[in-house]
Design a protein around this ligand. Structure first.
Ligand code: NDP
Ligand code: 2IT
Length: 453
C-alpha cells in the first residue's frame, strides 16, 4: 500500500478503534483504491479519501415507545448521512438488536459507492435502531415506527435524504413510517422508498435486490460462456433478498439447495421449488416464520441448528456451482470460503452487504473464483429505489415490466463498469477492485468539482 493510504487507514483505526465493521469496509476499499494513487494524484491532493471516511453528518436520537403491557421502552435511533456529492443521501434503515454506529457507518460507506454504480443521482446514507422486531406485535412495531419517524422526519426530505428498508424493515415498517411522516407534515412526497404500490411505491422494489443479484451474476456467467441452467446454488438467509434471489434463480433454470436464518440452516438436496418458496414467503410475511418450520413441513429437508457462534457454517459445505450469501455481514469466514472453493463453487455473488470477512475475501482472490462484492451485486434494490424516486417526482407509476427492464439494464451497465475498471486499474475479473474503483471515480469527481465541503 502507498504511504498515504496506509496512513489514512491507521488514522481511521486510531480515531474509531471500536468500530470493527467500519474499519473492515474501509480497509477493503482502500486496498482497491491504492491502485489509483499514482495515476490520479488529484485524489491525494484534494484529500478525497480523507473526506470520504468522515460522514457528513451522524444523527443519534432517543426512540421512546409503549409496549403492549403499557411499559415505556427506549431504543436508540440513528441516521448516518455519509456523502451527498452525487445526490440526496439514500440507503436503508435496519432494525436489529446488533445495530450500532460501526455497523451503520460501514453500511453507509458501502452505500455511497453502490449508489454511484447504479448510475442514478443518489448519495450514501444508512440508519436504523437496535429495536428488535422479533416477537413484537404489529401495534408495537407501529408505535415504534411512529416514534422513530417523529424524530427522523426533521432530518429527511425528498431532495435531502430518502431512507428505505434493510434487515427487519420491509413493506409493513415502511408503511407505518410513511404514514407518520405524512400525518406530521401534511405532505405526500417521496421521502421513503419501498412504499406499497397503492401509495407511491414502485412495482418490483420488493423483488429488486434478489432479481438484480441474479441479473448481474448472469451477465458475468454469460461473459464466461456459462449459465444458470441446471446448476446448483446455495442461498443463505430467508428474508427479502434471499426469497427473490431464489425466485429468479428458479426462473433461470437453476436448482437451489439451501436457506437459513439466525437460528439454523436448511439443506434441501431435492431442491427448493416454487411451492416450497411460496411457503417460506407466506410464513415470513404473515408472522416472520422460521426455517425450522420448513423442515417440519417438507420432510426431505434437513435442518441444522446454527447461530453463528460456531467456527464454520454447514450451509457453505454443500456441494454446489454458485453461492449467494443473502443474510448479513461476515457470514462467510475463511473456513467457509475454503469449503466453498474446495466444493467446486465457481461464483460467489453477494446479496448481503459485506458478507465475507477480509480473510475470506483474500482467499477468494487467491483461488481465482468469480467474486462479486455486495456493493455491485446487491445494487438492484437501491437502483429500483432510485426509480421509485423518479416515479414519485413525475407523479407516475410505471408498469412492472418497465421497471424490470430498467433494472436489467442497470445491472448490465454495472457489469460493464466494474469489468472495465478491473481491467484498466487492477486485474481482469477482480470485481472487488472493479466495483470499488468504478463506484469511487464518480463520487471523487463530484467531490473535487464541488470544492472543499
Ligand atoms: P430481512 O430482514 O428480510 O432478512 C434477513 C435474513 O437474514 C433473515 O433470514 C435473518 O434471519 C437473517 N439474518 C439477519 N441477521 C442475521 C444474523 N446476525 N445472523 C444470521 N442470520 C441473520 O433482510 P434483507 O433480506 O432485506 O437483508 C439481507 C441482507 O441484504 C442484509 O445484509 C442487507 O443489508 C442486504 N441488502 C438488503 C437490501 C434490501 O433491499 N432489502 C438491498 C441490498 C442489500 P432471522 O429472521 O432469524 O433474523
Ligand atoms: O443496502 C441497501 O442497498 C439497501 N438496504 C437498500 C437501500 C435503498 O435505499 O433502497
Amino acid at each position: 500500500m502507498h504511504d498515504v493510504t496506509q496512513k489514512l487507514l491507521d488514522h481511521v483505526v486510531k480515531v474509531d478503534p471500536h468500530q470493527p465493521e467500519f474499519i473492515q469496509a474501509v480497509t477493503s476499499f482502500l486496498a482497491s483504491i491504492d491502485n489509483l494513487v499514482d495515476d490520479l494524484p488529484q485524489i491525494v491532493y484534494h484529500k478525497v479519501l480523507d473526506r470520504l471516511v468522515e460522514p457528513e453528518r451522524v444523527i443519534m436520537f432517543r426512540v421512546p415507545w409503549i409496549d403492549d403491557d403499557g411499559q415505556l421502552q427506549i431504543n436508540r435511533g440513528y441516521r448516518i448521512q455519509m456523502n451527498s456529492a452525487i445526490g440526496p443521501y439514500k440507503g436503508g434503515l435496519r432494525l436489529h438488536p446488533s445495530v450500532n454506529l460501526s455497523i451503520l457507518k460501514f453500511l453507509a460507506f458501502e452505500q455511497t459507492f453502490k449508489n454511484s454504480l447504479t448510475g442514478l443521482a443518489m448519495g450514501g446514507g444508512k440508519g436504523g435502531s437496535d429495536f428488535n422486531p422479533k416477537g413484537k406485535s404489529d401495534n408495537e412495531v407501529m408505535r415504534f415506527c411512529q416514534s422513530f419517524m417523529t424524530e427522523l422526519s426533521r432530518h429527511i426530505g425528498e431532495d435531502t435524504d430518502v431512507p428505505a428498508g434493510d434487515i427487519g424493515v420491509g413493506g409493513r415498517e415502511i408503511g407505518y413510517l410513511y404514514g407518520q411522516y405524512r400525518r406530521m407534515n401534511n405532505k405526500s412526497v417521496g421521502i421513503l422508498t419501498g412504499k406499497g404500490p397503492s401509495f407511491g411505491g414502485s412495482y418490483i422494489r420488493p423483488e429488486a435486490t434478489g432479481y438484480g443479484l441474479v441479473y448481474l451474476s448472469a451477465a458475468i456467467l454469460e461473459s464466461k460462456g456459462k449459465s444458470f441452467e441446471g446448476k446448483t446454488c446455495l442461498v443463505s438467509g430467508s428474508g427479502n433478498v434471499a426469497q427473490y434471489t431464489v425466485e429468479k434463480l428458479l426462473h433461470m433454470g437453476a436448482k437451489v439447495a439451501t436457506l437459513s436464518d439466525s437460528s439454523g440452516v436448511l439443506i434441501d438436496e431435492s431442491g427448493i421449488d416454487e411451492k416450497k418458496l411460496a411457503y417460506v414467503k407466506t410464513l415470513k410475511n404473515v408472522r416472520r416464520g422460521r426455517i425450522a418450520e420448513y423442515a417440519q413441513q417438507f420432510k426431505e429437508a434437513v435442518y441444522i441448528p446454527h447461530n453463528g457462534s460456531e467456527d464454520s457454517n454447514p450451509l457453505w459445505e454443500v456441494k454446489a456451482d454458485y453461492a449467494f450469501p443473502c443474510a448479513t455481514q461476515n457470514e462467510i469466514n475463511l473456513k467457509d470460503a475454503q469449503h466453498l472453493v474446495a466444493n467446486g463453487v465457481q461464483l460467489v455473488g453477494e446479496g448481503a452487504n459485506m458478507p465475507s470477512t477480509l480473510e475470506a475475501d483474500a482467499f477468494f482472490k487467491e483461488s481465482g473464483i468469480l467474486h462479486v462484492p455486495g456493493k455491485a451485486s446487491n445494487a438492484g434494490g437501491v437502483a429500483v429505489s432510485g426509480l421509485e424516486m423518479a416515479q414519485n417526482s413525475q407523479r407516475l407509476q410505471w408498469t412492472p415490466q418497465q421497471v424490470d427492464q430498467q433494472l436489467q439494464q442497470i445491472m448490465k451497465n454495472i457489469f460493464v463498469s466494474i469489468n472495465s475498471a478491473a481491467e484498466k486499474y487492477s486485474t481482469k475479473d477482480n470485481y472487488v477492485d472493479g466495483a470499488n474503483i468504478a463506484g469511487f471515480l464518480k463520487v471523487s469527481e463530484a467531490m473535487i468539482a464541488q470544492g472543499y465541503v
